[in-house]
Design a protein around this ligand. Structure first.
Ligand code: NAD
Length: 503
């Protein structure tokens, strides 16, 4: 086992044992070709450690283990109530290990430690708990037809579920997918993002400690084009649940079509936030700032297009810029007062800065940021960018249409409600939308017209594990979270009984 875990000490002084293997059948194993991927600390660009990366052969082993778990008595015949108990136990273990998990998340991803510990890890434990309660509360129906026929339905697990997750909320995204899948009795092969492979491996040990039978949860790190593709094309995988970019989602749909897999997709966004003339401006400024600048702007639902009525535009812009200056402290993610850590990778850092050039070349006005941010460490390394604000933006510009996935916002003026709605819907995406008004009727009228899977009234990105999450248009297919999240993880079998020996 010595070469399947390493003892590490994080920048905040916390020491722990970091698994580096593939987690298959409740055991740690090496990849079949010995290949690894290396995780980089985005704060100072140093290597944290390397973990084994799964080949197609390894993915096949994981799928075989999952299939065996599904067909075995220990999981396949486990009473639903006991499935829920295992999930409750896992939630308790997550809480007991909250600080270590948050430390790994911050080290690997760059998000502020206080956010990882207090927000992400709370969400992980509570999502597991929420779905644990559903394990024995998902029933079929008895359906009346004629007196000589009894019909009923039962809900069955979909089967072996491949779950492909992104790097922006590594543990939360895993919990969103594991929660409903486990509650419904599926077996899982989960592929974390190659940029953030570490926290989920530590979590895997907790899965085993909670008492889940071997093969129920398997974790295979690896590159998308190798490990992810092996999962998406595997003939004995019944479902793919994916969160990531729209471009990759298109690819996954194609790959999954080979065996007509069930799919759910959570993809990109360019979510609008509308501020009407009658809005409470302080409230709007606070949420508009958090809606784009939190999590380094790496939020799929980030409200990255702010649309403000002309009557309050100047006031809003001045207050928004002041908010960016006072709240968006960029720095060491382990420091208590840091609001914004580094972007997750060099690629994302370059991407954000490249959009600054795009915006300037398109003729928009840069009114804040647009530069690499001062590095908190003497080395001068790290993927820090300044929170960036553009104005004088038009709908045809790329910075209006394309997802930047960073602390990068465009602010536009509108003159009427109709224009605001048209601007908001002028995108291929339809994930979230936010609106600020004190007019109750307008709030509901506009919410109805916005093309989005979620609308926040007088807040932004106020998501919750009890409430369905997902998009329309090119922002995805299906829903996660809430009761709706369960739909993706069970199938309905109809049983017809001839009560009168009907010929
Ligand atoms: P990505 O789509 O490349 O990666 C996401 C996951 O898919 C990773 O685990 C990756 O390894 C895997 N993957 C990549 N190529 C694959 C392939 N060919 N086959 C199978 N799996 C593959 O995303 P990215 O570029 O790393 O992340 C940024 C994007 O993710 C953003 O544009 C953002 O819109 C999106 N995102 C969306 C959400 C959401 O909830 N809708 C959440 C986070 C990120």
């Amino acid at each position: 086992m010595a070469d399947l875990a390493v003892q590490l000490t994080a920048p905040n002084g916390r020491s722990y044992s970091q698994p580096i293997g593939l987690f298959i059948n409740n055991e740690w194993v090496k990849s079949s070709d010995g290949g690894k991927l290396t995780s980089i600390n985005p704060t100072n660009e140093t290597e944290i450690t390397s973990v084994y990366a799964a080949t197609a052969e390894d993915v096949d082993r994981a799928v075989t283990a999952a299939r065996a778990a599904l067909n075995g008595a220990a999981w396949g015949e486990l009473p639903a109530t006991d499935r829920g108990k295992l999930m409750h136990k896992l939630a308790e273990l997550v809480e007991a290990h909250r600080e270590t998990l948050a430390t790994i998340e911050t080290w690997d991803n760059g998000k502020p430690y206080t956010v990882a510990r207090d927000e992400d890890l709370t969400e992980v434990a509570e999502t597991l708990r929420y779905y644990a309660g559903y394990a024995d509360k998902r029933f079929g129906q008895v359906i009346e037809t004629t007196p000589d026929k009894l019909a009923y339905t039962v809900r069955e697990p979909v089967g072996v579920c491949g779950q492909i997750i992104p790097w922006n909320y590594p543990l939360s995204m895993a919990a969103w997918k594991l929660g409903p899948a486990l509650a419904c009795g599926n077996a899982i092969v989960l592929k974390p993002a190659e940029q953030t492979p570490l926290s989920i491996l530590y979590f895997a040990n907790l899965v085993k400690e909670a008492g889940f039978p071997p093969g129920v949860v398997n974790i295979v790190n690896g590159q998308g084009a190798v490990t992810g593709a092996a999962l998406a094309t595997h003939p004995r995988v019944d479902k793919i649940a994916f969160t990531g970019s729209t471009a990759t989602a298109r690819n996954i749909m194609k790959m999954a079509s080979g065996t007509l897999k069930n799919i759910t997709l959570e993809t990109g966004g360019k979510s609008p936030l509308l501020v009407f003339g009658d809005a409470e401006l302080d409230l709007a400024v606070k949420w508009a700032h958090g809606g784009i600048m939190s999590n380094q702007g790496q939020i799929c639902t980030a409200t990255s297009r702010v649309l403000v009525h002309e009557s309050v535009y100047d006031k809003f812009l001045a207050a928004f810029k002041a908010q960016v200056k006072t709240i968006s402290k960029v720095g060491d993610p382990f420091a208590e007062d840091t609001f914004q850590g580094p972007q997750v990778t060099k690629a994302q850092y370059d991407r954000v800065l490249s959009y600054v050039d795009v915006g300037k070349n398109e003729g928009a006005t840069l009114v804040a940021g647009g530069q690499p941010a001062a590095q908190p460490q003497a080395s001068g390394k790290g993927y820090f960018v300044e929170p960036t604000v553009f104005t004088d933006v038009t709908p045809t510009m790329r910075i209006f249409q394309e997802e930047v996935f960073g602390p990068f916002v465009v602010i536009l003026k509108f003159a009427s409600e109709e224009e605001a709605i048209a601007l908001a819907n002028n995108t291929e995406y339809g994930l979230g939308a936010a609106l600020f008004t004190t007019d109750l009727t307008r709030a509901h009228r506009v919410a109805k017209k916005l093309e989005a899977g979620m609308v926040w009234i007088n807040s932004s990105n106020d998501s919750d594990w009890r409430i369905p999450f997902g998009g329309v248009k090119q922002s995805g297919i299906g829903r996660e979270l809430g009761e709706a999240g369960l739909e993706a993880y069970s199938t309905i079998k109809a049983i017809h009984i001839n009560m009168k020996s009907r010929l």
